[in-house]
Design a binder for this molecule. Structure first.
Ligand code: RAM
Length: 912
């Protein structure tokens, strides 16, 4: 019988190079041939020597426990710059023992700030103007003795950087060190360069650009937010076979020159003059006598942290679909997909040819190239060729959001070859894909693809609202509404853990949470000027990201540490709200974005009709409840009491203020009803009435939504969970504006910011705020996985320890739906299909988890599994009938349930 341990991870990763987590956590999956397998014990071993498990550094011994994720390292303190190997074995409930897993490894980086010997360096200002636009090239030559065993570089930049060793690019990370709240937390990266060094003369080169640190950020031309000068910090450690070590560090012996990248900015793009390339600039043979000197910059070391999540990489290459000439005569390439990343050119044109590429998301009504919605962001590449056949170029320190590319300056008459000469490189944080969703509607499947593309485009080191205009900021509200959907599509555990640390770092002493994290709007820039946007400080539903996001990480990954780390931040947010206004149980003062972009907004307003105090109080209650639940998880009895009581009072105040004595909700909007239901602020008959009223609001609006950012994510849940699933499905399937499928019908390949980004008559929403790649409304994805495909969890046992499979058949609107999720315990699948005769539900439940299976419209006598009565099937441990059907409890394994729908059973009975 197969019983194996697979997929051993350390801090969610395989082969994690360079972490400063001192007490890491492990997780593994069990593969079992037998249904109903659970783990009864495990044993972990950690060693510093590859294969050295005979005398391990730490041996947990056999631990009688079922825990197989988030298992905390319990050995002696870890050392810096050390690779550790780990392996695990497990026992099942019958005492069956697995073999040892394949060993996995992780490696520590620099665990103490004192280990940094390097200095922050920047070009000598006497030689190069620190404000010069070109990217800088820094270089250093050094000698290496024979007998290298290993070599590591630890590096970062005030700005963005890329490294080269002996003429070869180091790693494949893009836009390192990424974007954090630099003043408090500044990431550095670790690279294994063992194979890149040679005995004798060697060289390191670094490209240094502005990036988020010094470049343009925010829409009122804010720049230099974090510093006025770029700088590099780098430390190379070489270990020799004889046990000796050498270091090469950034210091004033380094030299510097300007790069062929003449301009580089995240919003605006890049200008590159290939004629200025200095061949071999990062090799030991290069003559750097014309280069200038460097100087030290007094930047701190103490805020450095090792890279916490996956880096940004190119994850896919796309070929243009079509070359077109627009009515205005522009030469335009269509990538076929609104994508985020960069282009790569491969050319054979005369030296000095200047090619200009402008990036846009859509064509206008007439089919002309349109960049109005980019506002001041140029998204432009200007490439000057050196005239070599096959010369190739992709911008280094920028990214664009685009589907269309306008090409200017290409040799006349040769445009037809452009589709072979240009390709798109998709860039984003290299998260592991975890989710799949499919159903019988091709339009809904396209919606799912659009959601995934929206996530890819906007999870670029921080969760941004949009990737194209002069914004691209970590809007807290957007992140909060989308986080659970995000955790279906990709593994976002480390991505959010990192972002939440930034949120906490940028939270005010009073507990208010900025609109965007890292806080680029309310920042004082390097020259002491307050950026224009930052006049207001917090908004409900945006600031609640401080609570909702960590809680979601706990639910989806069982990450208790994230709750521990964020608990103070979560409480501070509640404390902040409590101090607003004069009623501590109601939030009815101050600024709020409200139901942002709701369709029931007044003419010329962005804010939907739902009263802002209702939204604010509803979120206040919801977040307070989640803080209470967090306190339960953390075993903080005092806070359980405190927040439980507070929640009760807010809820009571909500009812007093917003529910009429007859049990009607005072605000007649969809969003108001949705929040009251989803956040459980009403009960009993009142709840039933509000659910009926919500249904009526949707039905009377001919199955159209009116919700904005706040109501949309929960709208279908509020319906499905209160007896109106069919209405929810009709909303999903609605193709006429406004609806999720309306943009799909308009050819959208991503989610739009506005329900009517392109209006039915083909005209656009105003240029001031109209993104075609905004994931917020993609939050419907969570409902598609959980309610349509029926892949859900029982939240009392997080991380899908206790799975809930509850397919909700869409009354003929869909004939099948399926979803899969690579959960922390392993792959879960839920799939259903219905036809005239039969309902089939297939599921896979990973070992060490159990599932509650809810099958609607049947009886225990009817359901069969593998040809026998389901109640008698192997792995089914309990079975009961409910009002709507049956509930089974299943252990791990793959199952296929079949039954005839009750309706048919009834018809048959009538015929008899
Ligand atoms: C705009 C964007 C963003 C939203 C804020 C309030 O900048 O639509 O997504 O969160 O407004």
């Amino acid at each position: 019988m197969v019983f194996e341990v697979k997929s051993l991870t350390c801090e969610y990763r395989k082969g994690l190079l360079g972490t400063d987590v001192q007490v890491p956590r492990f997780g593994w999956e069990l593969r079992a041939g037998r249904r109903g397998t659970v783990q009864s014990a495990y044993q972990l071993q950690v060693t510093e020597e590859e294969g050295g498990f005979e005398s391990p550094l730490w041996d947990s011994g056999k631990v009688n426990a079922s825990q197989s994720i988030q298992v905390v390292y319990g050995g002696p303190p870890l050392s810096s710059r050390t690779r550790y190997y780990v392996r695990v074995k497990a026992w099942d409930q019958n005492g069956l023992e697995s073999a040892w897993s394949d060993p996995a490894w992780w490696e520590t980086a620099l665990l103490a700030p004192e280990e940094w010997q390097a200095e922050w360096i920047t070009p000598d200002e006497a030689a190069i103007d620190p404000q010069a636009e070109p990217v800088f090239m820094l270089g250093k030559r050094f000698g290496v003795k024979p007998g290298i065993v290993s070599a590591r570089i630890y590096a970062t930049a005030a700005g963005v950087y890329e490294l080269y060793v002996n003429g070869v690019r180091v790693g494949d990370e893009l836009l390192a060190p990424g974007w954090t709240s630099y003043r408090k937390r500044h990431a550095y990266q670790s690279y294994d360069v063992t194979d890149m060094l040679a005995d004798g003369d060697n060289a390191i080169g670094a490209l240094l650009g502005n990036g988020w640190y010094k470049g343009r950020l925010g829409w009122s031309t804010g720049h230099q937010l974090y510093g006025e000068r770029r700088a590099l910090l780098l430390q190379l450690h070489i270990r020799y076979a004889d046990g000796t070590e050498e270091t090469v560090v950034s210091d004033t012996t380094w030299k510097v020159s300007e790069a062929p990248i003449r301009k580089s900015d995240i919003y605006d793009g890049e200008a590159y003059d290939a004629r200025l390339e200095q061949s071999g600039w990062s090799t030991a043979q290069f003559d750097d006598s014309a280069w200038s000197g460097t100087q030290r910059l007094a930047l701190p070391i103490s805020q450095l942290v090792a890279q916490e999540h996956q880096p940004v990489r190119v994850t896919e290459t796309i070929r243009p679909r079509e070359l077109m000439i627009t009515p205005r005569g522009e030469t335009v390439l269509d990538m076929g997909q609104n994508m985020v990343g960069r282009i790569r050119l491969t050319l054979n044109v005369p030296a000095g040819t200047e090619i200009r590429l402008t990036h846009a998301e859509v064509l206008d009504k007439e089919g002309n190239f349109y960049t109005g919605n980019l506002r001041t962001a140029k998204q432009e590449i200007v490439y000057t060729a050196k005239g070599v056949d096959g010369e190739t170029y992709a911008p280094t320190f920028t990214f664009m959001g685009f589907r269309y590319l306008k090409v200017e300056g290409y040799p006349a008459g040769q445009e037809a070859e452009l589709t072979d000469r240009i390709q798109g490189e998709v860039m984003h944080t290299d998260m592991t894909p975890t989710g799949e969703f499919d159903c019988s509607s091709e339009a809904v499947n396209q919606l799912q693809r659009n959601i995934v593309w929206g996530q890819r485009g906007n999870f670029l080191d921080v969760p941004t609202d949009c990737p194209q205009r002069d914004e691209r900021l970590g809007w807290t509200g957007d992140a909060q509404v989308f986080v659970r959907t995000a955790a279906f599509n990709y593994d976002v555990a480390s991505f959010f853990a990192k972002w939440l640390r930034d949120l906490k770092a940028d939270q005010s002493a009073e507990g208010s949470v900025p609109f965007v994290v890292p806080d680029a709007l309310n920042a004082v820039n390097a020259s002491g000027a307050q950026t224009k946007e930052g006049e207001i400080t917090a908004s409900s539903a945006w600031g609640d990201a401080a609570v909702i996001c960590p809680w979601t990480m706990y639910l989806c990954y069982g990450d208790v540490r994230v709750l521990e780390e964020q608990f103070d931040s979560m409480r501070a947010w509640i404390g902040y709200i409590r101090k607003q206004g004069d009623n501590e149980y109601l939030w009815n003062t101050g600024f709020h974005f409200g139901d942002w972009l709701g369709l029931d907004a007044k003419e010329n307003s962005y804010v939907g009709a739902t009263p802002r105090d209702l939204i604010a109080t509803a979120f206040y209650a919801y977040s307070t409840r989640l803080v209470r639940e967090t306190a339960v998880v953390l075993g903080r009895a005092e806070e359980v009491r405190e927040y439980g009581e507070l929640y009760g009072r807010i809820k009571a105040e909500f009812q007093k203020e917003f529910v009429t004595p007859n049990g009607r909700l005072a605000a007649p909007t969809q969003t108001a009803h949705v929040l009251a239901l989803t956040f459980e602020l009403v009960e009993g008959e009142v709840k039933k009435r509000i659910a009926r009223d919500l249904n009526e609001l949707v039905v009377s609006n001919e199955y159209h939504l009116t919700t904005g950012f706040v109501g949309t994510p929960y709208l279908c849940f509020a319906l499905s969970n209160n007896g109106f699933h069919e209405t929810a499905v009709k909303l999903l399937m609605q193709e006429k504006y406004p609806s999720w499928l309306y943009p799909v019908s308009k050819g959208a390949t991503t989610i739009w910011e506005h329900w009517d980004g392109i209006k039915p008559d083909g005209s656009f929403w105003s240029d001031d705020m109209n993104s075609y790649n905004h994931y917020a409304y993609g939050a419907i994805g969570e409902w598609m996985y959980r309610c349509v495909a029926g892949l859900d969890m029982d939240e009392t046992e997080p991380a899908y320890r206790k799975i809930r499979i509850h397919p909700r058949f869409a009354d003929g609107a869909l004939t099948h739906a399926s979803a899969a999720l690579q959960s922390p315990y392993g792959r879960i699948e839920s799939a259903w299909s219905v036809d005239e005769e039969q309902t089939v539900v297939r599921m896979t439940i990973p070992a060490n988890t159990t599932a509650e299976v809810i099958l609607d419209g049947t009886t225990l006598a009817e359901v069969r599994e593998g040809g026998i009565a389901a109640v008698a099937a192997d792995g089914i441990t309990a079975a009961a009938e409910s009002e709507n059907g049956v509930i089974l409890t299943a252990g791990s394994g793959t199952y296929e349930f079949r039954y005839a729908m009750k309706k048919e059973i009834e018809i048959e009975a009538a015929l008899v």
